[in-house]
Ligand binder design. Structure first.
Ligand code: 2P0
Length: 353
């Protein structure tokens, strides 16, 4: 091998929004959850991470830049992902460039990684989900890894739990698994993105500031102190997951909305049941919930589902385009952006208003 070449691959991965939430680990190092979760992957054009990975004999060490700023790769999560993917690297040949990397070369070659998010990092918009999924997928392409998306999801999971669900489009289930080594804790696609394509998602960015309690430490405290979490993981989620799968399969929006809202509310109840309590939602988030609940009750069947992750931003899933237009009209009237309602903006498809 000469010293002058660089081989690169780029991947783009959308974020996902859980409709049955993951909250709590049974193994912190392997990132094994206490319950199954289900999510919807957003359209790849929006809220996504783009990652370019490069390899060259000229690189002296592994390095990574996030949104143009260099960051450390020394953390266990990055190291675990890099180790697992390197283990599976195979021979790569680019005849045009005259490059041949043998399987054994990957151990001594270093990587440069450049990653961009097109949405606020760590504001409860699941940036780590898209980030680790994209990193693992891009590296798998670069290193000619044979494993399928589900097997790759078990590697992405070791970067960030929710990342395993971003390897697929459509609706995705993260099966918690039973094995101690985590080999069966992986994501599977329930239905693809075409199955229910009239759903319309609007995100109300209540605040784009960084959240105070990270998901990782928040869920650790919940596992240690919340009795509600135990009940949720053992009794509630197993039944709810089956009902949600049924609702998704049948495109039954009424049932889908009911379960989605209930699960978001229970996740935030677990946060309140944690000692000391964790407050991810704020007054504006609560007012959005009241507004949607009131509207849904005034109609024959629910028009919109809401769900909130580890932050105050509302993810609103409308039944169809017409419901989304009505929702937007209502939101803009009651929660105008950049006003004293403390709401930053709305993200609708590829537009921010
Ligand atoms: C989810 N969240 O299912 C839940 C709902 C936030 C609320 O997954 O420690 O960033 O990296 O595994 O994946 C956020 O947790 O946590 C999350 P780690 P992650 O989407």
């Amino acid at each position: 091998m000469g010293e002058k070449w660089v081989l690169m691959k780029t991947a783009q991965t959308p974020t996902n929004i859980a409709v049955i939430k993951y909250w709590g680990k049974r193994d912190e190092t392997l990132i094994l959850p206490v319950n199954d979760s289900i999510s919807v992957t957003l359209d790849p054009a929006h809220l996504c991470t783009t990652t370019t990975v490069a390899v060259s004999p000229a690189f002296q060490q592994d390095r990574m830049w996030l949104n143009g700023k260099e960051m450390s790769l020394s953390g266990g999560r990055y190291q675990n992902c890099l180790r697992e993917i390197r283990k599976r690297a195979r021979e790569v040949e680019d005849k045009e460039k005259g490059i041949k990397i043998e399987k054994k070369d990957w151990e001594k070659l270093h990587l440069h990684i450049a990653s961009y998010n097109n949405f606020p990092t760590a504001a409860g918009l699941a940036s780590s989900a898209a980030g680790f999924a994209c990193l693992v997928f891009a590296l798998a392409k670069l290193m000619n890894v044979e494993e399928d998306e589900s097997q790759l999801s078990a590697i992405a999971r070791q970067g960030s739990g929710s990342a395993c669900r971003s390897l697929f489009g459509g609706f995705v289930k993260w099966i918690m698994g039973k094995e101690e080594d985590g080999s069966d804790s992986l994501a599977v696609q329930l239905v693809d993105e075409k199955h229910w394509d009239d759903l319309f998602i609007i995100i109300a960015v209540v605040s784009s500031r960084q959240k105070e309690t990270s998901s990782t430490s928040g869920m650790r405290e919940s596992v240690e102190t919340s009795l509600l979490l135990q009940h949720r993981a053992k009794e509630v989620v197993p039944k709810r997951t089956l009902k949600m799968e049924e609702a998704i399969k049948n495109r039954d929006f009424a049932s889908f909305a009911k379960i989605t809202c209930a699960d978001s509310n229970q996740f935030h109840a677990v946060c309140l049941d944690t000692s000391p309590p964790i407050f991810y939602m704020n007054d504006t988030s609560h007012r959005i919930i009241s507004h949607v609940e009131k509207w849904n009750r005034s109609e024959e069947s629910p028009q919109v589902a809401y769900t909130f992750d580890a932050g105050p931003n509302a993810v609103l899933i409308a039944q169809n385009r017409k419901a989304a237009a009505q929702l937007l009209q209502r939101l803009l009237f009651s929660f105008p952006p950049k006003s004293d309602t403390d709401l930053d903006s709305y993200i609708i498809g590829d537009k921010t208003i």
